[in-house]
Design a protein around this ligand. Structure first.
Ligand code: NAD
Ligand code: UGA
Length: 467
């Protein structure tokens, strides 16, 4: 197995593959990095001369791409060529929740991973290191190994697990100075050599004591565990937010009080309308499925509760709006500030906004949506994907605006679904003047200034704040 890596290939040019490889290329100018994808439109966007047209929005990403693209960073649809050239191949394709067959709605769908493994097996002429970058069920490396070891052409493969911990919106910051990099590999001599080859890549910019090496199964399982713990914190604080509202406590004060305990820590204790994003729910359901498959029902039920709590949080936010607006929102305009699952990203996968919108549309509300980064097509396609009603009905009931002031004009209520900074800076008096009265604000992110809003005349509801 080669220990000096000159060519890297990454299969999958998505939210993980794109930024991760851009940073590797930036920090390792002597390594050629080629990111490939089946999706030609996505690759064309990565190659777009105008850096504002990159397929994903991440602060700082354009600068990194600008520095490395064309030098040692390449985006291409020529998958076979890139695999053939590379000594190290990252698999960074999507691993969504299965929508069919056994494990439907729970297990991770590994068909894209298997396709990659088969393609690598078919093309490889010399020894290669295959790196799992995607989030995978524990023991997937075994399946990949079985496929790769049956090519019959004598090529030797080492399989590493190198899960990615970046969060969207801060991807470049997270990649530049990660809390840790995790690399799992075989405990054989060849395995150690492969691990070392990947350590050497990260050591270009990550301090050695932050590069953690483990066996493959620990590495695979650590990724699911990390996401489960993070999501659990959000569901825990969200559970308390409902109790705060009933008792007159304020969830932000509670979070601050417990967060100062160094054993608990202050991060990830922000109550919200519910967590979204492509991974938390998918990874927990995957974990639940794995636990069940080993007959560990208590373990499975324990983690499933995190997702159940999150669904409840989204739903109760929607029903609080209905209840507060005199038990009907039929025909009423409700303005949504934000559609993305968190600020500083254009990603909407599993965004709480989608589910709150769906519930309100079932109540015949008319929605007016404004988000600074999400495209109109994305919003409609998110709603259509739910199959709750026809796309014509979604198009009639949901209007998308380029200006928050237009979105809120004539509305009965404003709902804050994403914590975009700009929402705090709006001229709230102007928004108020153009709304129906009483004018309601439902702050699902707890970001607005209660005193200011109430002094203007708004009826203000903040998640987790009792009165
Ligand atoms: P994504 O959907 O944005 O990107 C995946 C890409 O892979 C797509 O562009 C798709 O066209 C491509 N692809 C699929 N099969 C292919 C094939 N056979 N050949 C070539 N290209 C193929 O997904 P993502 O958000 O980048 O996530 C990728 C993985 O990383 C997932 O397992 C996810 O759980 C994990 N992850 C995601 C994040 C995140 O913040 N999004 C963070 C950490 C880990
Ligand atoms: C998350 C993890 O933070 C990353 O470490 C991981 O790599 C990634 O999942 C993944 O595997 O995909 P991400 O989903 O991009 O990253 O964003 P987060 O910052 O974790 O936020 C997730 C959701 O939780 C968002 O909807 C956010 O608004 C919500 N959240 C987060 C809260 O409601 N409260 C908090 O205190 C923190």
């Amino acid at each position: 197995i080669l220990t000096q890596i000159k060519h890297i290939c990454c299969i999958g040019a998505g939210y993980v593959g794109g930024p991760t490889m851009a940073v590797i290329a930036q920090k390792c100018p002597n390594v050629k990095v080629t990111v490939v994808d089946l999706n030609a439109k996505r690759i064309a966007a990565w190659n777009h001369e105008d850096l504002t047209q990159l397929p994903i929005y991440e602060p700082g990403l354009a600068e990194v791409v600008k520095e490395a693209r064309g030098r040692n960073l390449f985006f291409s649809t020529e998958i076979e060529k890139a695999i053939d050239e590379a000594q190290m191949i990252f698999i960074s394709v999507n691993t969504p929740t299965k929508t069919y067959g056994a494990g439907k709605g729970m297990a991770a769908d590994l068909k894209y991973i298997e396709l990659c493994a088969r393609q690598i097996a078919k093309i490889s002429q010399d020894d290669k290191i295959v790196v799992e970058k995607s989030t995978l069920p524990v023991r997937t490396a075994q399946a990949i190994k079985n496929i790769l070891d049956h090519t019959g052409n004598g090529v030797k493969f080492q399989i590493l697990s190198n899960p990615e911990f970046l969060a969207e919106g801060t991807a470049i910051e997270d990649l530049h100075s990660p809390d840790r990099v995790l690399i799992g590999g075989d405990t054989t001599i060849e395995g150690h050599k492969a691990i070392q080859a990947l350590v050497d890549i990260y050591a270009h910019w990550v301090p050695k004591d932050r590069i953690l090496t483990t066996n493959v199964w620990s590495s695979e399982l650590s990724k699911l565990t990390a996401n489960a713990f993070l999501a659990q914190r959000v569901s825990s604080i969200n559970a308390m937010s409902e109790l705060c509202e009933k008792t007159g406590a304020d969830v932000n004060e509670v979070a601050r009080a417990i967060g100062m305990d160094s054993r608990i820590g202050p991060k990830f204790l922000k109550a919200s309308v519910g967590f979204g994003g492509s991974c938390f729910q998918k990874d927990i359901l995957n974990l639940v499925y794995i636990a069940k498959s080993y007959g560990l029902h208590e373990v499975a039920n324990y983690w499933e509760q995190v997702v159940i709590m999150n669904d409840h949080q989204k739903r109760r936010f929607a029903y609080n709006i209905v209840k507060t607006l005199y038990n009907t929102v039929s025909g009423k305009k409700i303005a949504f500030l934000g559609w993305a699952f968190k600020k500083d990203t254009n990603d909407t996968r599993e965004s709480a906004a989608i589910y709150v919108a769906d519930d309100l549309l079932n109540e015949q509300a008319l929605l007016a949506v404004y988000d600074p980064k999400v495209s109109d097509e994305q919003i409609y396609s998110d709603l259509d994907y739910l199959n709750s009603r026809s796309s014509e009905d979604n198009a009639t009931s949901v209007t998308i605006y380029n200006s928050p002031y237009d979105a809120c004009k004539g509305a009965h209520a404003i709902a804050v679904l994403t914590e975009w900074d700009e929402f705090k800076e709006y001229d709230w008096l102007k928004l108020y003047n153009d709304m129906q009265k009483p004018a309601f604000v439902f702050d699902g992110r707890g970001i607005l200034d209660k005193e200011l809003l109430e002094s203007i005349g708004f009826v203000y509801y903040k998640i987790g704040e009792g009165s």
